[in-house]
Design a protein around this ligand. Sequence first.
Ligand SMILES: C[S@@+](CC[C@H](N)C(=O)[O-])C[C@H]1O[C@@H](n2cnc3c(N)ncnc32)[C@H](O)[C@@H]1O
Ligand code: SF4
Ligand code: SF4
Length: 330
Amino acid sequence: MRKRYYCKRLNETLNFDALKVFYCCATRNGPSIDVPKPDKIKDIIKRRNSLIKMLDRGVIPQECVGCFDLKEQENPKPLIISQLSKPPKANMIIVKHFKQCDCSCVYCCEQYLSERKIVLKSKKSDYYDLLPIIEELYKQDIVDKKELDVHFQGGNVSVLDEFDDLVNIFIKNGVKRVEIATNGIKYLPQIEQISNKTFVDVNISIDAGTRETYKKIKTVNKFEDLVENLKKYAKLPILLRLKYILVRGINDNKEELENYINLMKEVGITNSELMIDQCDSEFLQNGEFKIPEYYYELFSFYKEKCAEQGIKATIWEYIEEILQKGSFFK
Ligand SMILES: C[S@@+](CC[C@H](N)C(=O)[O-])C[C@H]1O[C@@H](n2cnc3c(N)ncnc32)[C@H](O)[C@@H]1O
Ligand code: SF4
Ligand code: SF4
């Protein structure tokens, strides 16, 4: 009997990027549809439905071949998604249809589209408006309102003209969780406004503990503004996480890491994530980037220092995996 499949991510996700909508998480090149426009909403939904049904018939889309998220349906019959029944509603919306930002991190994965221009005033996305699309999704009952998890990525929402309206429409429809990744340079009053209306998760990559290193990485002189904003966010009823991406030759040393941890302590933030710059995976000769020995020492040092200060030191599973393998590709 023919095997039949499903993918949790495909069943759940609508990931609005600048040039495409992906039916998959932000870190993988899963199936997608080109240039989303409000008048194309039917096509966006049609393609989603057809992908879900394809898997259910045992046909794997090219983009999903070999993906570890692809699962076999446990019971080969009857069809869970018959040709007549409705596909599951989406419960994860990723907002990254804009690339403008008020800084220009040396490592940023999105800057190839924004050409490293620093944008200081709110403006429209260079690609499309998302609000009419979201309105239409709600109208067509494609979204699981009560279970919806929204992730704002970007670019940086502080310079997106639609940000308020998008937040409002999700709140009005009873969103379950809102995650906002931001650089923290401008204080976002919207976070305060919604903090008692839903679960709010704010994560901020600061990658430094001193203004000098901060400037080298973010390329703007905004360290003091950031610290003031962190103090304000730390008082809100939200989950506040700080990130430190190890950038080779700039912040990859114990002194800076210790300054970062001390800053967290001073400001009263108790969640931290240590990451490796993804650009390292692109530098490689012969398709391989070996993790340098001193990175292991930095990770141990980070864990120790965070423990001393009562800070939860998260290292994501995929980072642990890279460290275990000793390289990005193996
Ligand atoms: C592109 S940013 C957009 C949101 C926001 N501007 C920010 O910086 O948080 C989304 C996330 O990707 C992460 N990111 C960007 N470039 C990266 C890289 N080269 N390596 C690891 N993480 C990266 C950022 O730290 C951030 O958490
Ligand atoms: S199977 Fe993999 S590539 Fe395909 S949608 Fe799911 S997570 Fe994305
Ligand atoms: S703040 Fe975010 S979007 Fe802006 S340059 Fe840095 S990583 Fe990229």
